[in-house]
Design a binder for this molecule. Structure first.
Ligand code: SF4
Length: 339
């Protein structure tokens, strides 16, 4: 079955590969590892449609890993604003510096794994796509396709080991990069989470999940615990056509990003409710935002003041608020305050 799966999938990929800005078409020379790396980091937890404009902006501004390595971290964080999961941007800067220092990307999966902040999936993807190494690339799309293809009944996350082993069995020695991208494309366009289009699928004849009926129920997922809900406050402080912005501490939630001052809420607990200065506060509304491990209900309070709040910060002109690089949570709060 292994050879059949890779042959069927690669034939399909030759005819139907998605045209993506970070990709080489089948048969073209392998793409620049910098572009593969950047796109793979951006695509974690984020859709292709959302990533495209960011990828274009990053590669225009920083066309090489050396250029990115030389950029101030604050500029990279601001350019990342809106993509979410900001630890990815911090790791991006660290990793770019390490790559620039060693004079280029390592060309093997094992070498790539040694770079700071570069995980197993990304290392395998770069090794296969940019360097043609036979690496087993398993993301959520591939996990879904393989679970269906082999009718894996064990629930995730326990099934990961079995799925990886099956993915290894079907990965060919040649064209491992095209195979990985073909699996990603199949998962994104045909074997989709809710509505697998088995009639259009190149693997329909060999798919055990389809033969067993109702493949959409696979992969089975263990029931998730509900996320805890945290409450916090953010403060919109205005003076003479400007708003007071702070920079969040380097590590931790939204670390290094420009933000509104808040009352210290975190994944572990609610905020204190304390404002950064005495003022006549008005409620501007509530922002609900979902993080990986918790949900946040953020009350936005606004006030006009006559003096600087205590601590470090900067007055940011209101008419240029879009350029502040606020992460989505605080951009939502800003829209409420300005409404
Ligand atoms: S036949 Fe259906 S379930 Fe099986 S891999 Fe193709 S789209 Fe997915």
């Amino acid at each position: 079955m292994a050879a059949t799966v890779s042959d069927l999938l690669l034939d399909w990929y030759d005819a139907h590969a998605r045209d993506l800005p970070w990709r080489a078409r089948p048969g073209e020379p392998a793409p620049d590892p910098y572009r593969v790396w950047l796109s793979e980091v951006m695509l974690q937890q984020t859709t292709v449609a959302a990533v495209k404009p960011y990828f274009a902006a990053f590669t225009t501004r920083w066309p090489s890993v050396e250029a990115l390595a030389a950029a101030p971290e604050a500029d990279v964080m601001a350019a990342w604003a809106g993509l979410g999961y900001y630890s990815r941007a911090r790791n991006l800067v660290k990793c770019a510096a390490a790559v620039a220092e060693r004079g280029g990307f390592p060309e093997t999966e094992a070498g790539l794994r040694e770079l700071p902040g570069l995980g197993a999936y990304t290392a395998a993807a770069i090794a296969a796509i940019a360097f043609g190494e036979r690496a087993v690339v398993v993301d959520a799309n591939v996990e879904r396709v393989v679970a269906r293809l082999f009718a894996v009944e064990e629930p995730l996350p326990a099934a990961r080991k079995a799925i990886r082993q099956r993915a290894d069995e079907v990965t060919p020695d040649d064209r491992a990069g095209d195979f990985a991208q073909a699996m990603m494309d199949l998962g994104a366009t045909i074997c989709t989470a809710r509505d697998p289009k088995c009639l259009l699928c190149p693997l329909s004849e060999v798919c055990e999940g389809r033969a067993a009926g109702d493949p959409a129920r696979l992969p089975i997922k263990a029931a998730k615990k509900p996320k805890p809900v945290r409450q916090g406050q953010a403060f919109w402080i205005e003076r003479e056509g400007a708003v007071w912005l702070v920079r969040r501490a380097g590590q931790g939630m939204l670390g290094g990003m420009r933000a509104l001052p808040d009352d210290g809420w975190s994944a572990r607990g609610n905020g204190t409710g304390e404002a950064p200065l005495d003022a006549s506060w008005d409620s501007a509304g509530l922002v609900r935002h979902s993080f990986t491990h918790f949900a946040l209900e953020l009350s936005v309070l606004s006030a006009s003041v006559e003096r600087d709040p205590d601590g470090a910060g900067e007055w940011w002109p209101l008419e240029r608020i879009e350029e502040a690089g606020l992460p989505t949570l605080f951009a939502k709060a800003a829209r409420l305050a300005l409404a």
